[in-house]
Design a protein around this ligand. Structure first.
Ligand code: HEC
Length: 153
């Protein structure tokens, strides 16, 4: 029944019998097995653990932060209010504070009062449903710096 064999070999019109898989297939196949063995040796049987690696990295990181925190605290008194204003307020009040969507902060008097206490309340609690509250986002020192900044506008 040679016609049957013939038929099987050419089931989809492609000659398959007697063909070798290409070289890259073996490379990939055995390469992955070897890679798997190396992977297991390195991660499973070496005592490595992801949580331990995490702890070590965190320890190194917090050590770095503890050092970095010293100069940061020392410069807290010289917060740059104009930088804070540019990043948090200028989008609404304008780069120069002269207003836009938000009110003109260079006016000599404000709707809610242009004194330190009123301005602090405006910033931390928000006003009129349109001025967002920043009490959660900004530290007391940052708010103080912005209050002084607004007073001088
Ligand atoms: C999403 C836009 C927006 C942002 C961001 C914003 N403001 Fe306002 N702000 C407003 C609007 C609108 C008003 C006016 C609210 C009203 O009159 O009811 C206002 C009002 C104020 C007032 C009160 C003015 C008055 O007449 O009494 C102060 C002070 C103020 N903003 C300061 C700031 C500061 C400082 C920042 C940055 C930390 C800031 N705002 C960020 C929109 C914004």
């Amino acid at each position: 029944m040679s016609s049957d064999i013939h038929h099987d070999d050419h089931a989809d019109g492609i000659v398959e019998a007697g063909q070798k898989a290409p070289r890259y297939f073996y490379l990939l196949y055995f390469g992955l097995i070897i890679w798997g063995v190396i992977f297991m040796a390195y991660y499973l049987f070496s005592g490595w653990s992801s949580s331990q690696e995490f702890e070590e990295k965190m320890a190194a990181h917090t050590g770095v932060q503890a050092v970095a925190a010293v100069p940061k605290a020392a410069t807290a008194g010289t917060l740059d209010a104009s930088v804070l204003f540019a990043s948090h307020c200028a989008g609404c009040h304008g780069a120069d504070g002269k207003g836009g969507y938000g009110t003109d902060l260079s006016r000599s008097d404000y709707t809610y009062g242009k004194d330190a206490t009123s301005i602090r309340t405006s910033i931390t609690k928000g006003r009129g449903g349109k001025m967002p509250s920043f009490g959660e986002q900004l530290s007391t020192a940052e708010v103080d710096a912005l209050v002084n900044f607004a007073l001088k506008l």
